[in-house]
Design a protein around this ligand. Sequence first.
Ligand code: PHE
Length: 466
Amino acid sequence: MSDNYSSAGYSGSTKSSPTRVQWSTRMAFILAAVGSAVGLGNIWKFPYITGEHGGGAFVLVYLGCILIIGIPVMMAEIALGRRGRHNPAQGIATLAREAGAHPFWKIIGVMALLCGFMILMFYTVVAGWAFAYVPKAASGSFVGENGDTIGSMFGGMLADPIALTIWMTVVLGLTMGIVLRGLHGGLEKAINLLMPGLLILLLILVGYAMTSGHFMEGVSFLFKADFSKMTGTGFLVALGHAFFTLSLASGAIMTYGSYLPENVSIGKTTMIIAIMDTVVALAAGLAIFPLVFANGLEPGAGPGLIFVTLPIAFGQMPFGSTFGTLFFLLLAVAALTSAISMLEPTISWLTEKFKMTRFKACMLAGSLLWLGGLGVVVSLNIGSEWTLFGKTFFDMLDYLTSSWLMPLGGLLMAIFSGWILKKTVMQDELGLSSTIMHQLWLFTMRYITPLAIIIVFLNVLGIVNF
Ligand code: PHE
């Protein structure tokens, strides 16, 4: 589709070319964006935060946030990226200048860069857990073990800073290696295998969960909304997770959008990405919660939830070691394709703004990320007592990004694209087939999204109560 590039994906050239690179096809973009969206957020984070916030009502709020905030914001973000044709900071600055708006708006891009960078600091550590579980599953460590043993296996891993650092370094090294080379056909091929593979394995796990005797208990935990269990924080976490799972307000989607050819329909593409992402998260929930109840575990067990429940299942089912190995391998690859999309915005900023080579940019960003990753590793064991406002470094990164930077970034993007830019700019970029659809999008951006985000913020700050 692009007249300049025949290879799939954006170029891995170490110089920034005068004609900006583009995805070769719409499919290349969809795969990359789905690769970014589907990751630890769906399989690791969604189940554990759902467990912590009481299930059904939380899931309903999360689905609502995807529908009325996530999807319209994603459309805006892809469109802003494509229109800006730069890294997030310079792209938004250009758009603000063209609209005659205050340079303040550049903050949207700056916050997004910062947010993606901060997430990546803990993402590489958690992705490392998935990598670490591949050899564990392959060597049959889970076979016949009960919840307690498997729980202490996970605890033992967290207590070992050296092992965690090694795995984090492996993940960061792979991420840097792929981003350094550019994606070409590699990412496309990886995701072509990954998505069906991941879905099939999740379905097998859902099938297994059906035989656990507690399937309906899991289903009702996930879908029976009991709002008495919802807290103000629950609303904020659900909202933040809608951003996190769709990779919004963190530079990833905007940067990928900046490589998108003109003729691709943003609306349809967004729907595909959001549907795939939601299906994977719900399948993960259906696979996990029945096992939680069948094994007498706590739904609110926290970040270790899937690293304890799923190994129990793998230890008991036929061919469990094979399925287990494949599952953690797929999870690791899904995490990698997300990690790549978190690093790319910073790299594009460093190469475009400071004219660094891709190599230098990767080395610089990689070194800082490694140090940050080390901080996260240490906060899980030797430094678990070092806290700020009761939060460890890991918790703090997660809290600041998902609960504040992302919703705030979303709010600013909604205002920027709904009120600040000229109406025709977004109309051109989104190219929605009917005016009604465009009006609907605009109405959502102008009123619904900002109001919803502001209400959730006010609620958490204790200014309004519901
Ligand atoms: N969406 C990814 C996931 O769910 C995480 C992510 C966040 C990726 C922000 C890119 C940017 O795992």
